[in-house]
Design a protein around this ligand. Structure first.
Ligand SMILES: O=C(O)CCC(=O)C(=O)O
Ligand SMILES: [Fe+2]
Length: 319
């Protein structure tokens, strides 16, 4: 049994709070206005303690540098069947309401954005199992564990936070988190991981040429007590293929991540937000049925730096 988040990392809405938030989100979704604008409006309808928890998370993190919000969606009886593609056509307001709530949460952490070459540049992405992609090491896969990674580790433009909102869960599909601050690493291994000896390639979800050259850098940076981490079990290698200590350090790190694992099986209405600079994540394997009722998450990425986003020329779209 994988341990979970601590109680201090969970904010559960009461039934009246859920009803209020969901009603406001549905009304906003019916208007079909600009999603980021509608989401900004929706912040005023979120419970104050939820807003406070997100602002606190942004400022000082949590024990595992993740935060779970529960009861964010009301009645999901009208939810359509789970799409079979990551770029589905028009979806009804039930999905729109959930998208707006995820964006409202994201706005409290910074600026939601995405990459032009990722799922048609959709600000909110669909994390679903896709027929024929079972073995893919991307959110579309299912047949094998989605290995340890940070979102978009190949670029310095990667998000500071990501949020996953669950519309449909799948028993046994566990989102796994390993906080960098909980890793027990030998001093010599940690020292190698702090040197710029590692390179990450763009993952298969990114379409077309990458907007930046692959980053060569360290895996660990920042203070020992709260380090930042940039790791990808599949797409990262020593920059010099002959660098055996660097390869060994990556292997040792994978084992340390396994030992530090906590997990959460997402349920409908859950929103999991995680610090993409300080934790590594993955997901256990599961067996989709492709009957329209498979696991369905919405995902949004957030930059904590509005200045960096504006300097790139576009706050919402990068690349
Ligand atoms: O499915 C999950 O729980 C995590 C998905 C994920 O890590 C991703 O889409 O990058
Ligand atoms: Fe991920």
């Amino acid at each position: 049994m994988i341990p979970g988040l601590t109680s201090g990392e969970v904010v559960a809405l009461t039934e009246p709070e859920t009803a209020h938030v969901w009603d406001s989100a549905l009304r906003a979704a019916y208007k079909q206005a600009d999603p980021a604008e509608s989401a900004a409006d929706l912040i005023a309808d979120l419970p104050r303690r939820l807003i406070a928890a997100l602002l606190r998370f942004r400022a000082v993190g949590t024990t595992h540098n993740a935060l779970l919000l529960r009861g964010m969606c009301g009645d999901l009886a009208e939810l359509p069947t789970t799409p079979a593609t990551v770029t589905p056509g028009a979806l009804p307001p039930t999905v729109g309401a959930a998208e707006l709530l995820l964006l409202a949460v994201s706005l409290l952490l910074g600026e939601p954005f995405t990459f032009r070459g990722l799922y048609d540049g959709r600000l909110v992405q669909h994390v679903i199992p896709v027929p024929g992609h079972e073995s893919a090491q991307s959110s579309a896969g299912s047949a094998s564990m989605l290995q340890w990674h940070v979102e978009d580790g190949f670029t310095d433009d990667r998000c500071h936070y990501f949020g996953l909102l669950c519309l449909r869960g799948h028993p046994g599909a566990v989102t796994m988190l390993a906080p960098a601050r909980n890793l027990d690493l030998a001093a010599d291994v940690a020292a190698v991981l702090r040197e710029p000896r590692f390179m990450i390639a763009a993952d298969i979800a990114h379409d077309g040429p990458c907007h930046t050259a692959p980053v060569i850098g360290p895996v660990l940076t920042g203070p020992d007590t709260d380090p930042e981490i940039c790791f990808d079990a599949i797409y990262q290698q020593p920059a010099d293929p002959a660098d055996r200590p660097a390869a060994a350090a990556l292997t040792a790190l994978s084992a340390a991540l396994d030992r530090a694992t906590i997990g959460h099986e997402l349920r409908p209405g859950d929103v999991l937000v995680a610090d993409n600079r300080r934790i590594v994540h993955g997901r256990t394997l599961f067996h989709p049925r492709y009957d329209g009722f498979d696991r369905w998450l919405l995902r949004a990425m957030t930059s904590a730096s509005i200045e960096a986003q504006r300097r790139r020329g576009s706050v919402r779209l990068v690349g």
